[in-house]
Design a protein around this ligand. Structure first.
Ligand SMILES: N[C@@H](CCC(=O)N[C@@H](CS(=O)(=O)O)C(=O)NCC(=O)O)C(=O)O
Length: 227
């Protein structure tokens, strides 16, 4: 069964798609329109009870869902949470595709994990707030909170300063190799320099230049729009 990725137009699903392309894993996409609320449809909620994107369906993967402590029902072939999904595929297809993504030694793997955590807990919150206020609210005709945008941009700037210092000494976040940690940043960074029109936040930090990533370019080409 070909891997199905739900919600290809959005950044978190793109995180998965970039990984699948890097790992040369065949996939297809299933559009889900957040503006129309398709992520709240009962059918989608059966796959992802929180209603967020992505979900992936993969015949090779089964997720056991605890319905109660005495029963475990096999929920065939779907799982959520983009960061968990990319770790799964990076591990399962470690020797496939353009690069290892996870690191070769225990020290490298530790650094990949470290920068994945930094992305999830330091980078993501402010950039997700900016995405919501600048992109998603506009799509829904809602007024943006300019103070919140300013505050989030300042927070993100401080995070990017930490990255700039790291990347002044290391080609990539975890070392001299492109890893899952770098990959995990790509989709929202593309939002930042693209539809959010805040390229200056990267351009003004010379070591943080987002060099060309063919897998991201291919992802954007297949993601039917930006969000
Ligand atoms: N932790 C989840 C969060 C995913 C998430 O927030 N997805 C957004 C879309 S995007 O911002 O990532 O592009 C979403 O579905 N938002 C709508 C909703 O959560 O109802 C993951 O990484 O998979």
């Amino acid at each position: 069964m070909v891997v199905k990725v739900y919600g290809p137009a959005y950044a978190s699903p793109k995180r998965v798609i970039v990984c699948l392309i890097e790992k040369q894993i065949e996939f297809e996409t299933v559009p889900v329109d957040l503006v129309k609320g398709e992520n709240k449809n009962p059918e989608y909620l059966k796959l992802q009870p929180f209603g967020s994107l992505p979900v992936i369906q993969d015949g090779d993967f089964t997720l056991y869902v605890h319905l109660s402590f005495s029963h475990i029902l096999k929920c065939i072939d779907s799982f959520a949470e983009s960061r968990a999904i990319i770790k799964y595929y990076a591990e399962k297809y470690k020797s496939q595709g353009t690069t290892d993504l996870l690191g070769r030694t225990v020290e490298e793997r530790g650094l990949v994990e470290q920068w994945l955590e930094v992305e999830a807990h330091n980078f993501h919150p402010p950039i997700y707030q900016m995405t919501t206020q600048i992109l998603f609210f506009a799509k829904r005709g809602l007024p943006a909170d300019e103070n919140l945008i300013k505050e989030s941009e300042e927070k993100l700037g401080k995070v990017l300063d930490v990255y700039e210092e790291r990347l002044s000494k290391s080609k990539y976040l975890a070392g001299d190799f492109f890893s899952l940690a770098d990959l995990s940043h790509l989709p929202f960074t593309q939002y930042l320099v693209g539809p959010m029109e805040k390229e200056y936040m990267i351009r003004d930090r010379k070591h943080s230049q987002t060099s060309d990533f063919p897998s991201l370019e291919q992802t954007l080409a297949r993601s039917s729009g930006n969000f």
